[in-house]
Unconditional design. Structure first.
Length: 211
């Protein structure tokens, strides 16, 4: 009990920090009010999803909590995009799937279901996007559901590391705010990133949606 109470790093409240944040957030709150986005977390997430979707040429965004993040009409039908996000400062970069079901796993075997893992530096700087599709992701998710049903896991949650998306599932990394060379150097600073070849990283301007 004592060790738990000793956790953390407490210090006095910085009044300047509080005031600066309040000043910065007031204009944002006006945007939130104007568009009726009352949930703070969903408001930021939807804005980030719009940025990612635009880069990947998806033109419709999902305004509700559940379901795929975006879609685009191509080849006479819709392509759907699942978006996962990670912070540059996170210990690892993963695409995490919560409360996975067999139905969701089966969807990822279809050729119109795509996945993006975006890595951000702060709230507004999108560094890069790992993007692609692979039917084997559906198999991986289904295996996780089976483990959960066998009570090997508490919750039906699966994670795929960035390196595995590239090296095992054939995803490309699209450099957004930096050059491919800068992203490669960044990846070399992480153990999981060292597995990713330089050739898997391309500028976002090279992105072409499926024909």
């Amino acid at each position: 009990m004592r060790n738990i109470l000793e956790n953390g790093a407490f210090r006095g409240i910085d009044a300047d920090f509080v005031d600066d944040c309040a000043k910065a957030l007031r204009p944002l709150a006006l945007v939130q009010q104007a568009y009726g986005k009352k949930d703070n977390e969903r408001f930021i997430r939807e804005w980030q999803h719009c940025i990612i979707a635009q880069y990947l040429n998806y033109d419709e965004i999902n305004h509700k909590k559940h379901g795929f993040a975006a879609r685009a009409r191509r080849r006479g039908s819709y392509d759907f995009l699942a978006i996962k996000s990670a912070s540059l400062l996170a210990k690892s970069w993963h695409a995490t799937f919560n409360d996975t079901t067999y139905a969701k796993a089966q969807l990822f075997k279809q050729d119109n279901i795509f996945l993006a893992l975006a890595v951000w530096h702060g709230l507004d700087r999108l560094l890069f996007i790992a993007y692609g599709r692979n039917a084997a992701i559906g198999d991986f998710l289904a295996a996780g559901v089976r483990q959960h049903e066998a009570r090997e896991t508490v919750r039906s949650t699966q994670s795929i590391a960035l390196a595995d998306l590239v090296c095992c599932y054939g995803f490309k990394i699209y450099a957004v705010s930096d050059s491919p060379e800068a992203v490669y150097v960044l990846l070399q600073q992480r153990e999981q990133g060292r597995k990713i070849p330089h050739g898997a990283i391309v500028p976002i301007t090279d992105f072409l949606p499926p024909a």
